[in-house]
Design a protein around this ligand. Structure first.
Ligand code: PGA
Length: 263
């Protein structure tokens, strides 16, 4: 699938997780965000709601930069896999993106080998995987960096070099996700980790391809830290959890990303 030149795009994904509890509320949030979509040209705004809401939300007419994504999928197209949803089903609903390996799934036992298998299936269907990686905690000796590198490389195992431009890596330090104090990484630390991810990928892929991979930051993103993270962290966008369920706050985040893009 032809992709527009990525450098002209920022990507902001709203990961609704297992919220809200009713379709009515889901529609309300979606409509409230969508009504301002015209303000965010040049930004791909992806909503990743619970799978049960995808079909009704896909029925809304949306501008081209307003897309839907899955929060997970299975690596087989169809078959005897009770409770699973396949990449083909997500594609059929018009999803272009699939979040994979979120830390909340990894905490339930999903390993990097499974994430890699899913990423391969998603890519083969012409969809774009958003592979989440991130350390659980940090240690003074920097051991977490070696573990993170292993996680990154294991999660893209089997992804061919030619497919790398369609892969998005979402860096989400687990300790920064869902924090009550909303403390995210500093822009400087995000930049360090952005470079670290690309360097890790360059162990497997050509430097050129690895350095141009799209990297997002996620973990307690709010309107207060958006500008610093995107500008100083030099990321291609954000993976937003709680604030994506608050249309006003999410719109503020998107406005700030747009300002950085246009600056
Ligand atoms: P948060 O979640 O923005 O609520 O910290 C981010 C995520 O888990 O993707």
């Amino acid at each position: 699938m032809a992709e527009k030149k990525q450098k002209y795009y920022y990507l902001v994904i709203g990961n609704w997780k297992m919220n809200p509890t009713t379709l009515r509320e889901a529609k309300g949030i979606y409509r409230d965000v969508k009504k301002n979509a015209g303000r965010w040209s040049g930004i791909r705004v992806v909503t990743a709601p619970p799978a049960t809401y995808l079909a009704p939300l896909a029925d809304y007419k949306s501008p081209a930069n307003f897309e839907l994504g899955g929060q997970n999928c299975f690596f087989e197209e169809s078959g005897s896999h009770t409770g699973e949803i396949s990449y083909a089903m997500l594609k059929d609903l018009g999803c272009r993106w699939v979040i994979l390996g979120h830390s909340e799934r990894r905490a339930q036992g999903e390993d990097s080998a499974t994430v890699a298998r899913k990423a391969g299936a998603v890519l083969s269907a012409g969809l774009r995987p958003v592979i989440c990686v991130g350390e659980e905690k940090r240690d003074a000796e920097g051991e977490y960096l070696a573990e993170l590198e292993n996680q990154i490389l294991a999660s893209v195992k089997g992804v061919k070099e030619a497919d790398l431009p369609r892969v998005v890596i979402a860096y989400e330090p687990v300790w920064a996700i869902g924090r009550k104090d909303n403390r995210a990484l500093s822009g400087e630390s995000v930049l360090e980790m952005n470079i670290f991810i690309k360097r890790s990928l360059s162990r497997k892929y050509s430097r050129k391809k690895a350095m141009s991979v799209e990297v997002l930051y996620g973990g307690s993103v709010t309107a207060d830290n958006t500008r610093e993270i995107v500008e100083s962290g030099q990321v291609n966008g954000l993976l937003v959890g709680r604030q994506s369920l608050e249309p006003v706050a999410f719109a503020q985040i998107l406005d700030l990303v747009k300002q950085v893009k246009d600056s």
